[in-house]
Structure formats: structure tokens, C-alpha cells
Write a protein that binds this ligand. Structure first.
Ligand SMILES: Nc1ncnc2c1ncn2[C@@H]1O[C@H](COP(=O)(O)OP(=O)(O)OP(=O)(O)O)[C@@H](O)[C@H]1O
Ligand SMILES: [Mg+2]
Length: 271
């Protein structure tokens, strides 16, 4: 992990010199301005009871949290090796554990002081991150940020100074139109330029229920597919993998063993 941290710190320093990515035509922000942007985000604390309730095992030390940390390390390694920064998390059908795994990864990343991460709610039809984190509805939704109407700082919640979460408390109509719209690329670039996260995780809807993931696929560097053991078929995984591979990089499939919904639950990673 030290090697990865060192590599990420170096990559960050390089990016701070080179100033990529940023919206076309704008100058890179100085390092102090990036830190000021992070410092201006509304601060929240993790609620231990909610973490337990929603199976965010990475919140405290356990054999399960070690599994999440290993997944985090492999993901960071692969993203670093490929110079990838944006990771989408999806699944073939609903309820496979996408949001649980996305939040587990984000909490695990927040434990890395050298790494800045973002977790963004892109299941616009059925948002869940705000509820899982116990955040009161914001005056504005992350959808408003995506539409370029308001600043991220008006919507986000910041944990441990290095994890920023974009939250929705209402459902969005025309989600796939928004996610494939002309402005989305610039909005994401502006977020990258203003906060320069080392990794941005997008919590997506299931692929076979709506076309949101495919509409958004070209905006991300890579995708992780979450499959539910005993519920997701190999055929469903194949369909998703093939469709996604035409638009972006499929990082792997995580088998989420949520069959027992109890102590036996766990995560298996297939790179
Ligand atoms: N490994 C696991 N063990 C036990 N329960 C789990 C596990 N992973 C997820 N769950 C539970 O399964 C349910 C669905 O999880 P989650 O909301 O993360 O899925 P999702 O794929 O994001 O769903 P949706 O498609 O509705 O967005 C939740 O109640 C969650 O706590
Ligand atoms: Mg979800």
C-alpha cells in the first residue's frame, strides 16, 4: 500500500504541475485553491449505527473490512496503472449491492489521508446514498449540480476532509437524457478541475432496467460490475460486460454474496 500511496502522491504532484484534467480553455487551479475548495465543503460525520445498519463494514476493523480494503487496493492499483480516475459501479439487475459496495469503498478510501475521493449519486431514479448516510435533504440536489445550475459545495457532504459525496434526495425524470446530455462532460471536468479527486466513484442504476449506465459509459474510465451470488446469471453478466466493453473498460466483476443477508455475507473480486 505504501508503494501505491507514494505513486498516487507523485501522480497528484504531477497533475498539480500539469493541471489536467480541466475544462477546455481554463487554467489549472493552484494547489491552495483546490485545498480551499475541499475546506469549503459542508462537513459531516459518519454515523456508526447507520454504518452498521447498512453493512458498511469498512467503517470499523473486521475480517470483512480487510476484504474491502483489499478490493480498494486492487482497484487503486489498476486505476493508477492505467491512469484512470473515474469508476462506475453497476449491476445487471436491482439490489445486487452496488450502493453498499460503492459506499464501503468510499469509506475505505477516506481512511487514506493522501487520497481524495468523490462518491457521486448517479442512480437518479432511485437515489440511496443520502438515506444510507443519514443526510437530511439538501436545499439542492446533485442533479442540479449536474445540470450546471449550482455549485457542488451547495450539495455535497465531506467526510474526514478527503471524501466528498454528491447526494440526491429526490428522484429525477429523464435521467438518461441528463446523463448523456451535452453539458455533462463539461460539468464533470469542472468538478475534476475544482477538486482534483484521485478517484471518483459513480453509484449507477442497474443496467438491464434502464439505459442510464450505457448513456453515461463514455464519461468514465472503467466500470465494476456487481453480481449477486445465486441471483445474477452468467448470461446477465455476459450481456452487461459485452455492452460496457464497447464503450469503456470493464475492470471486473464482484460477486456479492448477499444470499444469507447475515454474517456469511462477503465479497469476491474477479479481475
Ligand atoms: N454482502 C451483503 N450481505 C448482506 N446484505 C447485503 C450485502 N450487500 C448488500 N446487501 C443488502 O442488500 C440490499 C441491497 O443493497 P444495495 O442497495 O447496496 O443494492 P443496489 O444494487 O445498490 O440496489 P439498487 O439496484 O436498488 O440500487 C440492502 O438491504 C443491503 O444492505
Ligand atoms: Mg443502489
Amino acid at each position: 500500500m505504501d508503494k501505491i500511496r507514494a505513486a498516487i502522491s507523485k501522480a497528484r504532484a504531477d497533475r498539480e504541475t500539469l493541471g489536467v484534467p480541466r475544462p477546455r480553455g481554463s487554467k489549472p487551479l493552484p494547489v491552495d485553491a483546490i485545498s480551499a475548495n475541499w475546506a469549503a465543503l459542508p462537513v459531516e460525520q459518519f454515523d456508526a449505527n447507520l454504518m452498521r445498519k447498512h453493512r458498511i463494514v469498512s467503517f470499523s476493523r473486521s475480517p470483512e473490512s480487510a476484504g474491502i480494503d483489499m478490493m480498494r487496493t486492487r482497484i487503486l492499483q489498476q486505476m493508477h496503472d492505467n491512469n484512470w480516475r473515474r469508476l462506475a459501479i453497476t449491476s445487471p439487475t436491482a439490489g445486487c449491492g452496488k450502493s453498499t459496495i460503492a459506499l464501503n469503498l468510499a469509506v475505505s478510501l477516506s481512511r487514506q489521508p493522501d487520497i481524495r475521493s468523490m462518491l457521486l449519486e448517479l442512480d437518479l431514479r432511485r437515489p440511496s446514498l443520502a438515506r444510507m448516510l443519514g443526510i437530511n435533504p439538501r436545499p439542492v440536489d446533485f442533479t442540479d449540480v449536474l445540470r450546471g445550475k449550482v455549485d457542488f459545495a451547495q450539495n455535497a457532504a465531506c467526510y474526514d476532509g478527503n471524501l466528498a459525496v454528491g447526494l440526491n434526495s429526490t428522484k429525477t425524470r429523464n435521467a438518461s437524457e441528463l446523463l448523456s446530455g451535452a453539458g455533462i462532460s463539461d460539468t464533470l471536468s469542472q468538478l475534476d478541475a475544482a477538486y482534483r479527486p484521485d478517484i471518483t466513484i459513480f453509484d449507477m442504476p442497474p443496467m438491464l432496467a434502464a439505459d442510464d449506465m450505457m448513456a453515461f459509459a463514455t464519461q468514465v474510465d472503467c466500470v465494476l460490475i456487481i453480481a449477486a451470488t445465486e441471483r445474477t446469471s452468467t448470461r446477465e453478466i455476459d450481456i452487461c460486460e459485452q455492452d460496457l466493453a464497447r464503450q469503456t473498460n470493464v475492470m471486473g466483476v464482484v460477486l456479492n454474496e448477499c444470499r444469507y443477508m447475515g454474517d456469511e455475507a462477503g465479497y469476491g473480486y474477479y479481475g
